[in-house]
Ligand binder design. Sequence first.
Ligand code: PLP
Length: 426
Amino acid sequence: MEKKYCVETQCVQGAYDPKSGEPRVVPIAQSTTFKYYDSDDVADLFDLKATGHFYSRIGNPTVGALEEKMALLEGGVGAVATSSGQAASTLAILNICKSGDHFISASTIYGGTYNLFAVTLKKLGIEVTFIDLNNPEEIYEAVRPNTKAIFAETIANPGMNVLDFKAFSTIAKELDLPFIVDNTLATPFLCKPFEHGVNIIIHSTTKYTDGHATSVGGVIIDGGNYNWDNGKFPELIEPDPSYHGIEYYKEFKESAYIIKARVQLLRDYGTTMSPFSAFLFHLGLETLHLRMERHSENALKLAEFLENHESVNWVNYPLLKSHKDYELAKKYLSKGASGILSFGIKGGAENGKKLAKYIDLIALVVHLGDARTSILHPASTTHRQLSQEQQIQSGVLPDLVRVSVGIENINDIIEDLDTALKAATK
Ligand code: PLP
């Protein structure tokens, strides 16, 4: 689909344009492999001289339709779908960092990504320096000759901090480093990071892309707007011995990063999305614009309600005037700040834990971005193995309750939470 269509139209019809007599809905190509009559055709595919599919670990028509749609929505030159959001973050970094390299990340990011960067990538010889999201100047102290990237989240999970794109991208440009952003919580409907100086975007499609809590997946999208030929990324410039000497930048110019991610890393690590999951994500995207509007509208109404609630100590939602990032949220999230908020329950950890007993419509789940409203008390669940000091360091206060506000009628959500809060803090 041409880029001229508005984002809502791209969500519904983007990246799949059936010819006469073909299925109206993107079909599920549940096949590991694809039949050819001439070995030369297969050779051309292997040599990347022709486009097409030969083995679903590396590419598949249903997965391809999702990749195209995500690239279209974000405004990138190409995308690679992965088996999870964690796989997307892993490949996004491994595509440009090898043992002995270093990168910089905001410290306020999803806990799983933090652990991946701090512990698992470290074991591979890739070091990270975490910096304060509110103080991008720290990048200047953190940067080293072997630094290869800067990473942050548009809306941090669960801190709900809003990224100062301008400050980060200005420094990234000045230091000539690629800027990678996790746009999971905002989605391309609420925020378009490539318009704010970002070079690579990743998503956990498990969240709002799916929107119905059915499938785990991820995607990497390449903005095609970084010059890899600056002496820092020899693996994109020099011949790849694992792919009969291909020189990615010479062959593919602005798509070099995303082609390498597919034909080298997806091939070798095999962190592939299944066609059925891709079908569900594709379907989910058809209503992304409607859902994100309602998630955001409901979350703001709930946040305003909770701000005046007798059982609540504080509320954290970027589009509340009281939020420290309100100005950034107005600038970068003018259509809404998604459906995630957190609040502090009076009585602390004990009552936070008790709250789940009194909810009815709302569910206790370890997930977010679902059409159905859910809550979580991280201190007694996801973060229970940490000491209280470690919990506080990672932003998990004892009284913190996270809400993933769904798209039900807001009055029902408010009533359910109000009843539960009163019962839990009685
Ligand atoms: N990025 C963000 C912002 C997340 O919230 C999550 C998971 O919660 C991930 C990445 C990891 O995604 P997945 O669970 O699909 O591996």
